[in-house]
Design a protein around this ligand. Structure first.
Ligand SMILES: Cc1cc2nc3c(=O)[nH]c(=O)nc-3n(C[C@H](O)[C@H](O)[C@H](O)COP(=O)(O)O)c2cc1C
Length: 320
């Protein structure tokens, strides 16, 4: 009863959960952009969230895919489950809001006008949407700085059907250093990298000044320590000696990275763009070593429920 009352008060109907990222079918989803004059395009390796308020996602398209005419005004993105070509798990109707040229092609920016999520039976989904609406309505009262709209919460939940691996991002400039978790990170098929960081984060100034980033794959086993690093996001600098995770320096830039066998990637930032609530860093890889192993990732709760109902599973690290 108390649980129900708290649900009704805070209304958190659309959650994502920490999971162990795996090289298995549950994570191998297909993302297709439709409604372009050139026909559907598989963009599974070419999309990334770039802002939370408003919710904006970026899709990289090669020049050949858009040079047959202007981008259709209302394309849509579909997310297909493993081993299915026919019925998407989710469909996001997009509204074009801009374009950023890239070294290869361009990043097209979209808000989401409407979301169709097929992961849950309709009555359950509507209840979750009602709770999410309540969550959005009370966001200011709860001191939630992001205050995402109910429409954007629905879109975000569907978009997180594709799991987002978590990295610890190490930055530094002029004797100040910081290390914080990020999952708004997109590796594009062109080899370019995108990272979206809250405009209020002190890390933004450090990256803008140094133009350098080091990222370590966040191990699932360090879940609590990784979340604790997220909670102190607004502190202007980090005392690396007080951290509960083992730290060393990245080989190329000397930035803070996790000191254990895992993936370490160092990036040079080529372009910085402010989009809505976030700052988008467009970067290229300078150095990479190691393997990500049992990496922490975030995944939509509605998709986790769909997997369970379909007798499939993934390793979930906290109750939904
Ligand atoms: C695992 C994890 C990943 C996160 N990824 C991002 C990210 O990619 N970009 C971002 O701006 N914030 C990210 N955050 C959120 C921030 O770290 C921070 O917790 C949040 O912005 C709250 O900050 P606030 O106190 O300024 O509201 C992440 C948090 C966690 C725990």
């Amino acid at each position: 009863m108390r649980h129900l009352l708290s649900l009704l008060r805070s209304g958190k109907g659309l959650r994502y959960a920490p999971v162990v990222y795996a090289d298995s079918a549950e994570f191998a989803l297909r993302v297709v952009l439709r409604g372009l004059p050139s026909g559907p395009i598989d963009v599974s390796g070419d999309h990334c969230p770039v802002s939370m308020r408003p919710f904006v996602l970026g899709v990289r398209l090669a020049a050949k895919n858009v040079d047959q005419g202007a981008l259709a005004p209302c394309p849509w993105l579909e997310i297909y489950p493993p081993n299915s070509e026919t019925t998407p798990l989710a469909r996001l109707a997009l509204k074009s809001v801009g374009m950023l040229p890239m070294n290869q092609g361009a990043l097209y920016l979209f808000e989401v006008a409407r979301t169709m999520n097929r992961c849950l039976p309709r009555p359950t989904l509507w209840l979750r949407y009602l709770l999410a609406w309540q969550n959005a309505r009370t966001a200011a009262r709860r001191g939630d700085a992001l205050r995402m709209s109910a429409r954007d919460l629905r879109a975000l939940n569907a978009y997180y059907i594709v799991a987002r691996p978590v990295f610890l991002v190490g930055v530094g400039h002029d004797k100040r250093e910081d290390l914080f978790p990020m999952d708004l990170v997109g590796a594009l098929s062109s080899g370019e990298y995108l990272l979206a960081l809250r405009a209020t984060s002190p890390g933004v100034a450090l990256i803008e000044a140094s133009k350098r980033i080091a990222m370590s794959s966040a191990p699932a086993e360090l879940l609590e320590a990784v979340y604790a690093l997220g909670n102190r996001h607004r502190q202007p600098t980090l005392d690396l000696n007080k951290l509960t995770v083992p730290i060393s320096s990245s080989p190329l830039f000397g930035l803070p990275v996790l000191d254990q066998a895992g993936l370490v990637r160092e990036l040079s930032v080529e372009r910085v763009e402010r989009i809505g609530s976030h700052v988008l860093f467009m970067a290229r890889i300078e150095h990479e070593a190691g393997l990500s192993g049992r990496q922490l990732a975030h995944m939509s709760g509605t998709y986790i429920e769909w997997l369970r109902r379909s007798q499939r599973g993934c390793e979930v690290l906290a109750p939904l």
